[in-house]
Write a protein that binds this ligand. Structure first.
Ligand code: F6P
Length: 527
């Protein structure tokens, strides 16, 4: 066991952390700063984050004290970094220019499958069944590139709520539909239940061989075959690929069928370019490192509880839930590699929605709320459509919101504005107080030249590596997710009670849970 423990003291005991912490408190966000990093074709503007020479220096010392170089090399070389599951986290291999043979072989199998389906114009409809990392990446990429390119109808079913699978299947022709079932473990209840409904739907429609219309992506081909899947339609995922890092693999089969395998290849190329940048750029010019350190200042020093993601691009709506899982399932932990309490605030809550919708939803809170939140603005310079005035409005709003958060508005400015708009002096003195903006609220701006598979791949890899760096500093293993298991175990027991297969165990439940299990069980079992 000892060889698995990482020789590293808890962050709070690290002298370099104390110095970084002090430098961060003394640093400022300055409107005069201009700090933009160019990485893999993206522009990462961290000008509106706290900055000082001392913060840079102490940040460098902290990274060295936390053995960042060695940890980064371990991850990129495929060594064990997921110490609690004794696995590598080698998602970078899936997009490497020269992957290992088994990755090349699976990539060829998937591309062959897509080529055959396309040449035969087979399966006008795709129903993707999966959840979490087996779902969000596919939703993100199909929405980003799908509406203009696909001849296929693509539906998704993730939730165990019967309405999800019912809605996904409704109106489709079972004879012309492929069910893509993605599940790394092949044990996820939601996915297996939804898969069973889909196969029943096929059988009830008289499809002679329903499993000929099923493709599975999993690390357990044995379980998939037992379930009925044909081995030629099973695509392999490896244990050393975390679910939330798996969109680079055949989990993206639906995306390839929907918008083309070239989209996957393009994303892999963009991600590989960001991998190179991450592996070689000096700390001060390393985008994932600088994004990570800014996030640690905001979370662990300044105490911001959350991070807002504001993609100013209608096509990137699913980027928010994608990053929620990537960040919160990786960093929503309070003990370090060695199981010791970390003692500083870690992994923020991640939330958001595309701008400009967000401005009409919660930007009031961001501007004038008592605490606000750091914002990651993401925008594409090129519109990708033919209405320049729309894109001009989008860019203007993105920059304006960011500027307002940074600059704020003083009482005097607000008072002068009120008077200039003709408001009488006494009312202006009162109204101006309501129009003050505190300002100094941190943000990052990520600019993609345009939305392409390459730039989206680079963007996702940027966040993957940022999460990894924050894990190293906090001492968190970003690649396990023990916190999601407990609820699943309790759900299995309550399912047994609700379905009447087991008596309600009053000793085990709190009063409220016992009350509702009894009440719902009666409804279930007609009691
Ligand atoms: O949320 C827990 C989790 O294990 C995620 O990490 C994973 O992406 C998801 O469930 C689905 O798991 P699987 O791909 O094994 O069905």
């Amino acid at each position: 066991m000892s060889e698995l423990l990482v020789e590293m003291p808890p962050l709070r005991e690290c002298a370099e952390w104390q110095e970084f912490n002090a430098a961060a408190k003394a640093a400022q966000v300055r409107a005069s700063d201009l700090r933009i990093i160019n990485a893999a074709g993206l522009y990462i503007d961290i000008s509106a984050q706290r900055h000082s020479f001392a913060l840079m220096e102490t940040g460098q010392a902290l990274l060295q004290a936390r053995r960042f170089d060695a940890m980064r090399s371990d991850m990129l070389q495929g060594r064990v970094v997921n110490v609690s599951e004794e696995r590598a986290a080698w998602h970078t291999m899936l997009r490497a220019p020269c992957p290992v043979d088994e990755v090349v072989a699976e990539r060829h199998r998937m591309n062959e499958f897509v080529r055959n389906a396309d040449s035969e114009r087979r399966w006008r409809n795709i129903v993707h069944i999966g959840i979490g990392g087996s779902d969000w990446g596919v939703r993100l990429t199909v929405a980003a590139f799908g509406y203009a390119r696909t001849w296929r109808t693509v539906r998704f079913a993730a939730n165990i709520d019967g309405h999800a699978i019912e809605g996904a299947l409704s109106g489709l022709d079972p004879h012309d539909t492929l069910i893509v079932l993605a599940s790394k473990s092949f044990t996820t209840a939601e996915t297996l239940h939804n898969g069973e409904r889909a196969m029943e739907w096929m059988r009830q429609a008289g499809v002679a061989d329903p499993y000929a219309n099923l493709a599975v992506i999993t690390s357990r081909p044995d379980l998939a075959q037992k379930w009925g899947a044909k081995s030629s339609h099973i695509f392999k995922l490896w244990d050393w690929v975390g679910g939330r890092f798996s969109l680079w693999s055949s989990v993206s089969l639906t995306t390839a069928l929907a918008v083309g395998a070239d989209v996957i290849a393009g994303m892999q190329a963009g991600a590989a370019a960001m991998d190179d940048h991450f592996a070689s750029a000096p700390y001060i010019d390393n985008a994932p490192v600088q994004l990570a350190m800014a996030g640690i200042v905001n979370r662990s020093v300044l105490g911001y509880g959350s991070l807002n993601i504001a993609p100013y691009d209608f096509r990137l709506g699913n980027l928010v839930p994608y990053l929620q899982q990537l960040e919160m399932e990786s960093l929503g932990k309070s003990v370090d590699f060695n199981g010791e309490p970390i003692g500083v605030p870690t992994g923020p809550a991640v939330w958001g929605m595309p701008g400009t919708d967000a401005q009409h939803t919660f930007f009031q809170w961001l501007h004038q709320g008592t605490e606000g939140a750091p914002v990651d603005f993401i925008v594409c310079q090129e519109a990708g459509h033919h209405w320049p005035e729309h894109h001009c409005g989008l860019l203007a709003n993105c920059l304006a919101q960011r500027e307002a958060l940074l600059k704020g508005k003083t009482y005097d400015e607000a008072y002068k504005e009120c008077l200039e708009s003709g408001i009488p002096e006494e009312k202006a003195q009162w109204l101006a107080k309501h129009r003050v903006h505190p300002g100094g609220r941190p943000s990052t701006l990520v600019v993609l030249p345009k939305l392409s598979p390459y730039t989206l791949g680079a963007l996702i890899a940027l966040y993957e590596h940022k999460v990894f760096v924050q894990g190293v500093i906090w001492g968190i293993n970003p690649f396990d997710q023990w916190g999601v298991e407990y609820g699943k175990v309790l759900a299995r027991g309550i399912t047994e009670e609700l379905s009447g297969r087991k008596q309600v165990d009053h000793e085990k439940h709190d009063a409220s849970t016992a009350h509702w299990v009894r009440k719902f069980a009666r409804g279930m079992c007609g009691g």
